[in-house]
Design a protein around this ligand. Structure first.
Ligand code: ASP
Length: 344
């Protein structure tokens, strides 16, 4: 008789509320010992998979997340890639969409799931959302088809939904439903059964071998437009030494002022070789430069269209492409191409 071996899942604990406890002195939540945390979830023993765990030496609140931590996560997964069928990353919800986006770009030709999850309440709390998030994330990471992982991309699981990670954004600091994927439908829904929208999953290029890119260049900035934005502030940003890329959050379908000083600011930036990406401040919808007069000049100047990308995915894609030393003349084209399903 041929016995199927159970999928092997690596749990990576980076920190976040899920594993926090109240500090007796200050009353504030802080990261806690991970192995103790696992002991408090006996349900994990009942899952039909083998689970191994790895913890960051110093678990963090995800507000302290940075590209070095992303590189550490990526190396941990890369070093264990052959030994495991799927990876579940426990992470604070505050910057989870940034991390999921960053890792999606860092892993080229992924053929196994990397699923981010966390919770709004600590796992030890009576009303915690952590158990459902953790258990279902592990179950989804274990899904197989013809002996191969079903999910082959970086995802985010929260409150009964699995989303493509680089399509998500955190919208609620209080509700258990903390994330949305404004411009791409959810991939899996957890109800009585797991409903899988197979046609929405990223296909893997089975022939190509995995490439992990851990070098990101964070000489970048995000500028959010608002009526009354100050010329001096923008000029000062332009003069920041070493700045290579800017995500410009514009209005509506990618519109911005047509005042001369503002267009000169963009023109100066472009002449200095700065990559400027136009994304919309609206939660839903896409940039469409040239649709209004207020975006036509930007189009003519060669501003990059972020289309329907989230700000989280735009800034991390910028860091990734800069880290890859993408040639100046190709940059706009490459940015405007969907690399990991992050834009239309
Ligand atoms: N501040 C926490 C963090 O992002 C919030 C959470 O875990 O949900 O680490």
């Amino acid at each position: 008789m041929h016995l199927h071996s159970r999928p092997k899942i690596l749990l990576i604990y980076t920190g976040g509320t899920i594993g926090m406890r109240k500090d007796f002195e200050t009353g504030a939540l802080k990261a806690f010992n991970f192995s103790k945390l696992l002991d408090s979830i006996p349900e994990l023993q009942l899952l039909d998979c083998e689970i191994d765990a790895f913890s960051f030496e110093n678990p963090i609140d995800s507000s302290n997340m940075n590209p070095e931590h992303w590189a550490e996560m990526a190396r941990t997964i890369e070093n264990n890639y052959e030994k495991f069928d799927g990876f579940v990353v426990l992470h604070g919800s505050d910057t989870m969409s940034y991390s999921a986006s960053a890792l999606s770009f860092m892993f080229e030709n992924l053929s196994k799931p990397i699923i981010f999850t966390g919770s709004q309440l600590p796992i030890g709390d009576l009303r915690t959302d952590a158990k459902e998030n953790l258990i279902t994330a592990i179950q989804i990471a274990s899904l197989q088809e013809n002996g191969r992982p079903l999910i082959k991309e970086v995802c985010l699981y929260f409150e009964y939904k699995l989303y493509r990670g680089n399509r998500t954004t955190k919208i609620n600091a209080e509700h258990f439903r903390a994330f949305i994927s404004p411009n791409y439908p959810f991939l899996v829904e957890s109800g009585v059964h797991l409903t899988i929208n197979s046609e929405l999953l990223l296909p893997a290029n089975e022939e190509a071998s995995l490439k992990v890119h851990t070098h990101l260049d964070s000489n970048t900035a995000i500028i959010k437009m608002f009526p009354g934005i100050n010329e001096k502030v923008l000029t000062a940003i332009l003069n920041v030494e070493g700045l290579k890329g800017v995500v410009l959050e514009t209005y509506g379908a990618g519109n911005a002022p047509t005042e001369e000083w503002f267009l000169k600011f963009l023109q100066d930036g472009i002449s200095r070789g700065l990559h400027i990406v136009n994304v919309t401040q609206c939660a839903i919808g896409s940039v469409s430069m040239g649709h209004y007069e207020t975006s036509t000049t930007m189009k003519n100047l060669g501003i990059i269209s972020g289309k329907d990308i989230t700000t989280e995915a735009a800034i991390t894609k910028l860091m990734y492409l800069l880290g890859q030393n993408t040639p100046q003349e190709d940059f706009k084209n490459v940015f405007e191409t969907s690399l990991r399903g992050e834009m239309q």
